[in-house]
Write a protein that binds this ligand. Structure first.
Ligand SMILES: Cc1cc2nc3c(=O)[nH]c(=O)nc-3n(C[C@H](O)[C@H](O)[C@H](O)COP(=O)(O)OP(=O)(O)OC[C@H]3O[C@@H](n4cnc5c(N)ncnc54)[C@H](O)[C@@H]3O)c2cc1C
Length: 417
């Protein structure tokens, strides 16, 4: 596989180590594996288990809790490699939650919750793959969420003490509402849930009154949580679900951080996560472009390789230039994130995500066109990359919302909401 054209950026020793190790794991999962997962809508359990067995789900968990103790500069390498190995955005998304949902736990959970959970997460025994923020009427405007978590202490509950034994001290929250597009639920032991503990019309700022919880999915399902897969096309190997909470108990000790501050806790890790998403888009664009280049070299039409035609060559070269630019922004930002204030970090993270998703789309589109009719044949994979590249313009925030950030926060233009 020709990787030598890929834009290179200087890597630290740790980043080199991550690249080598992840490349080794990915080498055992060939195109047919990813093709089958996509076609059958099957989650890539074997791949994720292999990464977990090599401790990579704990890349961001501190060593004190049994993790690898690395940070964003290494996570971008990990995710670019995974996507770029051939697995595409779906492969990276299959593990993304497991890696990133540890961050609020590390930063905000009580010490007892960390001790209870993180060593098992780091060893791959427990998975926190699912993150529930979006609701049917709260996507881009996520603070419009209405899912409610109401505190219900033991003294206030019924005479039957067994009803309120969800936690050691009897305190619990009772959750009612709906979430949508929650990914990886069936591949997860826990869900990080955002829910309103104070209704929106009772808080001064809409970002207040939202709390974060760790939900044990087995317990929640036993208590009436219902889940329904959402049939979809792109990234079919990583299913997403609609979740229905109807009086589901969550022990009070599973509150992550401070009640009412959950949204701020999400914002806290957002820039790092957005950069890593950008790296996933980058890897996807690179593998799509690689397939385009290979085909352009080999396919002969009218007696010569199609890659000699500039109508074929230039879109591939343009995609290369776009990917190169995105890569420079991602790696430089990942290196410097700790030295930047939140606004500056936000600007770089949004630039990176925007550029990388556009570059991935340009690369996948050029690869499909290069393949002619075979561009839509599953066996050449580029149609799968194209579907995924289209998705990267929608998630985890849409390109418009990334541009809103830049327009409003960097350029100082008026807000649209
Ligand atoms: C495959 C998949 C997996 C996902 N996984 C998860 C997950 O695990 N957890 C989770 O919580 N969520 C998840 N999401 C949800 C995702 O984050 C949302 O879909 C996304 O934030 C957009 O929200 P929406 O779909 O409701 O679009 P809407 O908010 O309804 O927006 C519709 C369109 O209007 C545009 N728009 C809206 N307001 C403005 C404005 N002010 N300026 C310019 N344009 C605007 C948007 O950009 C978009 O193009 C997932 C989504 C998908 C598709």
């Amino acid at each position: 596989m020709a990787r030598d054209w890929r834009a290179s950026v200087p890597l630290t020793e740790r980043q080199e180590l991550v690249r080598r190790s992840i490349r080794e794991v990915c080498a055992d999962f060939d195109d047919e594996y990813w093709r089958t997962c996509d076609r059958e809508g099957e989650y890539p359990h074997e791949f994720v288990d292999e990464l977990a067995a090599n401790d990579w789900l704990g890349i961001l968990v501190p060593e004190a809790y049994g993790g690898v103790g690395m940070g964003t500069p290494e996570a971008v390498v990990m995710m670019e490699e995974i996507a770029g190995s051939g697995g595409g955005f779906a492969a990276a998304q299959a593990v993304h939650g497991g890696v990133y949902n540890t961050v609020p736990i590390v930063n905000y959970a009580d010490e007892s919750l960390k001790q209870r959970l993180l060593p098992d997460v780091a060893s791959g025994e427990a998975r926190i793959q699912a993150f529930g923020l979006t609701e049917p009427d709260a996507g881009s405007d996520s603070t419009a969420m209405t899912t409610r978590a109401e505190r219900d202490s033991a003294e206030e509950t019924s005479a039957d003490p067994t009803e309120a034994t969800a936690s050691a001290d009897g305190d619990r929250y009772v959750v009612d509402g709906e979430k949508v597009w929650t990914s990886r639920v069936e591949a997860s032991d826990y869900l990080v849930l955002l829910a309103r503990t104070t209704p929106r019309d009772e808080v001064e700022k809409r970002t207040e009154g939202i709390s974060m919880f760790l939900v044990d999915l087995d317990d929640a399902m036993a208590d009436g949580l219902e889940i329904e897969p959402i049939p979809k096309t792109a990234s079919a190997a990583v299913p997403a679900y609609q979740l229905y909470f109807d009086g589901v108990s969550v022990p009070a000790e599973n509150l992550i951080g401070e009640e009412g501050r959950g949204f701020y806790q999400v914002l806290d890790g957002l820039n790092e996560e957005r950069l890593v998403i950008a790296a996933e888009c980058l890897g996807l664009g690179e593998v799509a472009l690689e397939r385009g280049i290979e085909y352009a070299r080999e396919r002969e039409v009218f007696g010569g390789p199609i890659g000699a035609n500039q109508a074929i060559q230039h879109p591939l070269a343009e995609a290369y230039a776009d990917l190169h630019a995105a890569k420079s922004v991602i790696y430089r930002a990942a290196d410097r994130l700790d030295d930047l204030d939140r606004e500056a970090a936000g600007a770089r993270a949004n630039v990176a995500k925007y550029l990388a998703a556009e570059a991935a789309f340009a690369a996948a589109d050029a690869a499909v066109q290069t393949h002619g009719g075979y561009g839509v044949a599953r066996e050449y994979d580029v149609e799968r990359y194209f579907r995924e590249a289209r998705l990267t313009r929608l998630v985890p925030i849409t390109q418009q919302l990334a541009l809103n950030y830049l327009g409003e926060r960097v350029l100082g233009l008026p807000r649209s909401y």
